[in-house]
Ligand binder design. Structure first.
Ligand code: F6P
Length: 543
C-alpha cells in the first residue's frame, strides 16, 4: 500500500496543476471543443449505463484520476478485500460483504472456514422460513397465520430493509403488511403497531450486536405488547425471530436460537442488507426475487473486481467524487432517483457513504490534511425540482448530482413515465449548459430581469440509466455505491469500515438518561449548558 502521503503523490500534484488549468472551463466550452464527448464519456456494465460526459473533466482529467487510483493502491486494496484480508484495520476485521452474494458452490476460505458455504447455509434457512411465513404454515400463538411483519432495528439493521422493501414493493406480497420500527421515540412504535393484532404479527428483531439501545428498547416493548395481548410468555417464540451475530444475547432476550438467523463480524451494518438482515425483504418479495437481488450485487462486484479502472462504473463514480471534493471544494453530492420506488434510496446512501467515509484520520491514525467524505443527500425526482433545485441551478455552491433514470415504469400510466424521463435529461442539460445573458436578452426579457434569469450552468451531473427497476437492478445499484465508497476511502487512506464516531453520543446518553428521571434532583457535573437543559427538561417533564 502507498507510503507516500496523498498530497505528495505525483498524480495528486499533477491533478492540482491540471485543476488550475481546466477547473474554470465551462461545460459549454468543453462540449464545443469536444462535440463527441457524450458518445465517448460513457460506460455500461450489468445493463447500467453511465453518462459522465457532463462532468467538468477532460480525457486528461480522467487519465490522471485513474493514475491517482493506481498510485493509491486501489487495485491491491480491492483484491485484499475480495481475498478476505483484514482491511478494516481499526477493528482488525475482514470486509466481506461481497461474500454475501457469491453464488452457491463458490468458495472463499477465511481463517480456515468457507464463508460462502456459511452464507448459503443461512440463506437456505432464511428461504425455508420465508416460505413458511408466506404460505401461512408459520402460525402465531393462537394458530392464525402471520399477516404483518415488523422489522425492529436501526441504522444498517433498518435502512437496508426499509429501502429494499420500498424499492421492491412492486414485487412484494400485497396481502402481507410490512412495518419498520427504528427510532426509540415511542411514537415510532405506537404508529407502527396501533392497528395490528399480536396474534397475526411477527417481529424480526434485527441487530448485529443485539446490544443497541434503541432496538432492545423497542424489542422489549414489542415483547410486552405481544404478551399483553396474548396473555402468555410462551407466545414469544411464535411471534419473534432474531437476526444477529450474537446468539448469547438473543437467547438472553428470550428468542429461541433456533429462530435466529446469523451473520458475521465481517459484515458491516451498513453493508448488510443482503445478509440475514434482508429477512423481511425476502419474506416480502420471496426467495426467488431475493436471489435475483443477490445476483445483481454479485454482477456489480465482478465488474468492480475485473473491469479496467477507466471503464469501471464504481471507480469512475468514486474518482469523480474525489475530483469535486478535493479539487473544487464541493461539500455535498446529491443523488436524485427518478423512480418513486427509490424514495428511501438517498437515506440508505447517507448511512452507507457518510458512516463509511466520515473520517478525519488515516488508517494509521494521522489527522488528514484534505477533505474526506462529502454529505450525501437526495430526493426522488421530479419533487426535488420544485423544491431545492433552484439553489443547485442558480445558487453559489457547486453540488454535483447523480440522476438515476429508468426507461420503463413498473406502473405505466398514460404519458407519465416519459414526462418523468424527459426531466432527467432536461435537468442534466440545464445544469450543464444553463442560459447565457445573450440568450435571455434574445428572448425579449426586460433588462432588469435579465440577471435573474441567467443560468450559469457548469453544474456537473452523472446520469445513470437502466431499463427498469428490478431486484437485480437494485442489487447492482447498491453495489455500485458500495464500491464507489470503497474507491473514495482508498484514495483518502481512511478506514471506511469502522464507525467509532457514533460511540461518544451513546455513552453520554447512557449517563444522562438516569439524570432525566431520578426522583431527587441529581448532582449534575456536565457543562453549564447541558446542566441547565437537563434541569429545564426535568421541570417541563414534571408539569
Ligand atoms: O450507528 C452505529 C451502528 O453501529 C451502525 O453502524 C449500525 O448499523 C447500527 O448502529 C445498528 O447496530 P446493530 O445492528 O448492532 O443494532
Amino acid at each position: 500500500m502507498p507510503t507516500v502521503p496523498l498530497r505528495d503523490r505525483a498524480s495528486w500534484k499533477a491533478l492540482e496543476q491540471h485543476h488550475t488549468d481546466i477547473g474554470g472551463r465551462h461545460l459549454r466550452e468543453l462540449f464545443a471543443k469536444d462535440p463527441d464527448r457524450g458518445e465517448r464519456m460513457c460506460a455500461e456494465a450489468t445493463g447500467l449505463y453511465l453518462d459522465y460526459s457532463k462532468n467538468r473533466v477532460t480525457d486528461e482529467t480522467l487519465r490522471l484520476l485513474v493514475e491517482l487510483a493506481r498510485e493509491s493502491g486501489l487495485e491491491q486494496r480491492r483484491d485484499m478485500m475480495f481475498r478476505g484480508e483484514p482491511i478494516n484495520t481499526s477493528e482488525h476485521r475482514p470486509v466481506l460483504h461481497v461474500a454475501l452474494r457469491m453464488p452457491e458452490g463458490a468458495s472463499l476460505v477465511v481463517d480456515g472456514a468457507d464463508v460462502v458455504a456459511e452464507v448459503h447455509d443461512v440463506l437456505n434457512r432464511m428461504t425455508a422460513f420465508a416460505r413458511q411465513v408466506r404460505s401461512g404454515q408459520w402460525k402465531g400463538y393462537t394458530g392464525k397465520p402471520i399477516k404483518n411483519i415488523v422489522n425492529v432495528g436501526i441504522g444498517g439493521s433498518d435502512l437496508g430493509p426499509v429501502m429494499a422493501y420500498e424499492a421492491l414493493r412492486h414485487y412484494s406480497r400485497r396481502d402481507l403488511g410490512f412495518r419498520f420500527i427504528s427510532n426509540v421515540d415511542p411514537t415510532d412504535f405506537a404508529e407502527a403497531t396501533h392497528d395490528l393484532f399480536a396474534d397475526e404479527t411477527l417481529f424480526i428483531v434485527c441487530s448485529k450486536t443485539f446490544g443497541t439501545l434503541e432496538t432492545l428498547t423497542n424489542a422489549h416493548s414489542a415483547r410486552d405488547w405481544v404478551i399483553g395481548q396474548l396473555g402468555d410468555e410462551s407466545a414469544v417464540s411464535h411471534h419473534f425471530v432474531a437476526v444477529s451475530t450474537n446468539a448469547a444475547r438473543v437467547a438472553e432476550f428470550g428468542i429461541d436460537p433456533a429462530n435466529m438467523f446469523g451473520f458475521w463480524d465481517w459484515v458491516g451494518g451498513r453493508y448488510s442488507m443482503d445478509s440475514a438482515v434482508g429477512l423481511s425483504t425476502m419474506i416480502a418479495i420471496g426467495p426467488e426475487h431475493f436471489g435475483e437481488l443477490l445476483e445483481g450485487f454479485h454482477e456489480m462486484d465482478e465488474h468492480f473486481r475485473t473491469a479496467p479502472l477507466d471503464a469501471n462504473l464504481p471507480v469512475l463514480l468514486g474518482l469523480l467524487t474525489v475530483w469535486y471534493v478535493n479539487f473544487f471544494g464541493a461539500q455535498t453530492i446529491g443523488v436524485m432517483p427518478y423512480e418513486q420506488y427509490l424514495t428511501r434510496f438517498p437515506a440508505y446512501l447517507q448511512q452507507l457513504t457518510m458512516e463509511s467515509n466520515g473520517k478525519h484520520v488515516s488508517r494509521d491514525g494521522r489527522v488528514v490534511d484534505y477533505d474526506t467524505g462529502p454529505v450525501y443527500w437526495g430526493e426522488p425526482g421530479t419533487n426535488g425540482q420544485h423544491s431545492f433545485y433552484q439553489l443547485i441551478h442558480q445558487g453559489t455552491r457547486l453540488i454535483p448530482l447523480d440522476l438515476i433514470g429508468f426507461a420503463k415504469s413498473l406502473n405505466p400510466l398514460r404519458d407519465h413515465h416519459d414526462l418523468l424521463s424527459a426531466n432527467v435529461f432536461a435537468q442534466a442539460q440545464a445544469l450543464a449548459f444553463g442560459r447565457t445573458e445573450e440568450e435571455v436578452r434574445a428572448e425579449g426579457t426586460a433588462p432588469d430581469v435579465v440577471p435573474h434569469r441567467v443560468m450559469q450552468g457548469n453544474h456537473p451531473t452523472n446520469v445513470l440509466l437502466a431499463e427498469r427497476l428490478t431486484p437485480h437492478r437494485l442489487g447492482t445499484l447498491v453495489a455500485l455505491y458500495e464500491h464507489s465508497v470503497f474507491t473514495q476511502g482508498t484514495i483518502w487512506g481512511i478506514d471506511s469500515f469502522d464507525q467509532w464516531g457514533v460511540e461518544l453520543g451513546k455513552v453520554l446518553a447512557g449517563q444522562i438518561a438516569p439524570e432525566l428521571t431520578a426522583d431527587t434532583e441529581p448532582e449534575l457535573a456536565h457543562d453549564s449548558s447541558t446542566n441547565r437543559l437537563i434541569r429545564h427538561y426535568r421541570r417541563l417533564r414534571k408539569n
